[in-house]
Design a protein around this ligand. Structure first.
Ligand SMILES: *Cc1c(COP(=O)(O)O)cnc(C)c1O
Length: 453
């Protein structure tokens, strides 16, 4: 394991050495804190932080959560000692350059020949920018997204004053092409949002067909791969890869969003939006009398809606991608292990009578429920499983998450259960740590046993 106890002090040393060249100075008395005072507060902090779930442990298979890679922590912390602001080259020339480099690598991963893009503080902000540019391109037109798209799309449509149109999904949780075509035929849609890796099920919208249909109706295409984007690295139809066709179609869209803070091993505060047509930069034009004076080169603040942003986030991603590059042999190996874990879990579910797979995983999100004949009892069993799996010694706990489905969702997937309630919770496990793969058989066996109790 990368030893942060060894590497973090090296970051402190390197930045101190650089700073020393400017001459020593004393810290102002107002900022001086004794070790005793800091120690007391720090002890309380570390104590309070114990009130958490073990996101980094292989037996945490719940939400999309995990700690950053040590290289990201080292890069972030070291750069944060300077605290550069990537809004402008005046605020952080080195990290702004790193941001341009990592964004170019992501654009290359997606197959873009040219691009304009930048990091953001989240997928939400990245999607907001893409929808806002979409509105500027097609003023007065509506924006369509599937009912399983992230809620941010309907919410951001409200924010930018555009009518959003939800499109039904099919029995795999993918955007229904017939429903999309009908909506496009109205001539009122300016932009279609496709999702590769829905947040709930990890479903992959059929992007190739969505691009073709949208183009035929003169609509833009934005693809939200906040969760699934990095699976591009293993989109080769191999046994532990993912489907190639939708990922290959990303190169033909107008904008794409990906979250390095989800599958890119980064700490929170790292999303990205990338446009395939750099001329959208015209929408961002603004005047800033406070900044942009140090260079005529492009300042990132000139092409982003956010102003201040952590240069440390760019340093973290840059250092990570230097050691775990955006290749099949690099980050791809992390994703393949996750994928194998998810497929193994699915295989085990399919061979057990007491557990039922909701649908096959297209990425690394596994959905399942304790086999019951009514929605109300499925819901009760899910709730019980969620608590029972974590109600034991920490060394054995399994941490899960639930997902709410409707009767129609169950019926469309061939699950014949009585619809005695409108919704039911099922289990949703994100297998996003490569270390989980080896634990899947034991996790499944424990959950089976608990679901019978
Ligand atoms: C997580 C997610 C978002 C929101 O991104 P944040 O980084 O949480 O703001 C948007 N779309 C999809 C598909 C996501 O999975």
């Amino acid at each position: 394991m990368t030893d942060l106890q060894k590497w973090l002090p090296r970051g402190v040393e390197a930045i101190n050495a650089w700073q020393d060249a400017y001459g020593a100075f004393d810290q102002h008395p107002s900022l001086v804190v004794s070790d005793e005072v800091l120690g007391k507060a720090f002890n309380e902090l570390t104590e309070r932080l114990r009130d958490n779930y073990p996101f980094g442990h292989p037996r945490y298979v719940g939400q999309m959560l995990k700690p950053p890679h040590p290289a990201a922590i080292l890069g972030y912390t070291t750069a944060m000692l300077i605290n550069p602001n990537n809004h402008a080259l005046d605020g952080g020339p080195a990290t702004a350059q790193m941001e341009k480099e990592v964004v170019a690598r992501i654009a290359t991963m997606f197959g873009f020949e040219q691009h304009l893009g930048h990091l953001t503080s989240s997928g939400t902000i990245a999607n907001l920018e893409a929808l806002w540019a979409a509105r500027e391109c097609h003023p007065g037109k509506r924006i369509a997204y599937s009912v399983d798209a992230h809620y941010t799309h309907s919410r951001m449509c409200q924010v930018i004053g555009v009518e959003g149109v939800p499109i039904d999904t099919d029995g795999s949780g993918r955007m229904d092409l017939g429903a999309l075509e009908q909506t496009l035929a109205s001539g009122t849609i300016g932009t279609v949002v496709a999702t590769l890796g829905t947040t709930g099920l990890g479903a992959i919208d059929p992007l190739r067909a969505i691009v073709d249909l949208s183009r035929a109706h003169g609509a833009r295409v934005h693809v939200d791969t906040a969760y699934g984007g990095f699976f591009s690295l293993i989109a080769d139809d191999s046994p532990d890869g993912v489907s190639s066709e939708p990922f290959a179609a990303i190169r033909d869209v107008d904008s794409v969003v990906v979250d390095p803070h989800k599958h890119g091993l980064q700490p929170y505060g790292c999303g990205a939006v990338i446009f395939s047509d750099p001329s959208v930069g015209r929408f961002y034009v603004h005047d800033s009398p406070y900044t942009y004076f140090s260079s005529d080169e492009l300042h990132l603040g000139e092409i982003s809606l956010e102003c201040s942003r952590a240069g440390a986030a760019a340093a973290a991603l840059w250092l990570t991608l230097e050691v775990i590059p955006l290749t099949d042999a690099g980050l791809g190996q992390v994703l393949r292990a996750n994928r194998r874990g998810a497929l193994e879990w699915q295989r085990l579910l399919n061979s057990s009578d007491d557990m039922t797979a909701f649908q096959p995983p297209e990425l690394d999100i596994v959905t399942y429920f304790a086999t019951r004949d009514r929605m109300s009892t499925i819901d009760a069993a899910s709730k019980a499983l969620f608590y029972a799996a974590a109600d034991c010694d920490p060394s054995e706990q399994i941490h899960l998450a639930t997902y709410t489905v409707k009767g129609r969702d169950l019926a469309m997937r061939g699950h014949e259960v009585e619809h005695d309630s409108a919704t039911a919770r099922i289990m949703r496990s994100t297998v996003m740590k490569p270390e989980s793969e080896a634990h899947i058989p034991a996790i499944h066996a424990r959950l089976r046993k608990l679901s019978r109790e």
